[in-house]
Design a protein around this ligand. Sequence first.
Ligand code: ADP
Length: 452
Amino acid sequence: MMKRHLIIIIPLVALLVFLAVQVFMVISTWRQEKENMLMRYESLTREAAARLMAGKKANGFEKAMDITDKFAGLVISEKLPELGNTRDTANLRKKVLDQTYSILQKNEVISSFTKEYIKKQGYSTSYKPFVWISYLSLLTDGGQFIIADTVPNDDEIAKTVIVVESYKEEHNNFVIAYVSLIDMNEIDSLVFKKAFFSILLITISILIVVLVFWFTWRNLMEEKRLSGLKSDFINNMTHELKTPLSTITVAGRTLEKAQINSDPGKVLETAKMISKQSVNLNQLINTILEVSLLERTEFELDRQKVNADELTHQIVTSFLTSCDGCAEVQEEYKATGISLPVDIVYFTTMINNLLSNAVKYCDKDPVILVSTMADNNEFQISVTDNGVGIPHDHIDHIFEKFYRVPHGNIHKTKGLGLGLYYVKRIATAHGGDVSVSSRSDHGSTFRIKLPL
Ligand code: ADP
């Protein structure tokens, strides 16, 4: 038992560890790729800025600075003298800062130069360049009129932002400190494109491992179920064989006793018992032998055209005789005149199995309905009983070899779990099939369909 648990648990744990390792690998590959990409773009943009500087002796903001200088001059001469209360001052600061931002944005050339450069190097340009003004003041006669003086907090800057260059300049009318940056806001999709193949490979390998695991697991469970069924079968068989054998043994001992020989009635009764049990034993052994034969060879059917309704009626009659009228059987034959190509012996076994199950799995007086019908290409026979029915969970399995539904409270249900398996094999050997509909405590209907 312990071993079985281990067989299941060890691979499961191994699978989980494998999955965890794979997920960890994907996440760290992703992080690594992202970091590499940020570093790559940092050096690319810096290279571009350096090239611009080397080539044109300019940082790309010259025109923007000239315009800002003129704008600052205007503000100093026209707006500053008019300033009244502090609200006006705050408003002016905001306006000047906004305007400076827009001048910088419209007139800088570094962004286009950098994009061009990066494109040439074969990299994507899906990022957003922008400028951050950290300090701005207007130079008035009385000193500096500070417009902005902010140092950004580290956590205010998105993780995807790269600083390209910082500048500090003093012009005629203003002093400025600003930073040129890029926001790699689409870095995730860039990384995804780059790492697509490795992620795909990892995903495929995960899928393969999970699939293989699932198949192995299913086989293991199936093996477990089959070995359970087999050991049940051996128990049942032992039990089934022991019952007639012990009756025969007891009967034999009875016959050995001296006083019984003087009572011919008792001798006859005992002899009858012996022969009845021998027949049972023989039938049982035949069933087992037949099934093991079935496993090794295909069915060899000796088909004959028979009148289906007549044959069915004969089978029902002899069943009732052999079981001493153990059930009330209603017969509804509507396949009149149909001649059915079947192996009579197998067909009889099949119907007998259904009839004896209808009696066996019934906890009241058995009432069975046997009915037939046919259309152009199919003959159908159904056996309906008023028995215990088959629980929903088991219905898919009852045609499997050795399968038995546990019926705890009914004592007469002896069996090997072979009857319905045999019915199914015979029906399919004839090119047909068998199906069942049933409800617990409401009885069952078995339907066999055979081609004409
Ligand atoms: P056995 O009768 O030897 O157990 P079968 O293959 O004939 O084997 O039947 C398999 C199982 O299907 C039985 O154990 C029983 O629980 C269930 N079964 C078969 N026929 C009926 C029926 N008419 N009503 C209720 N249960 C049935």
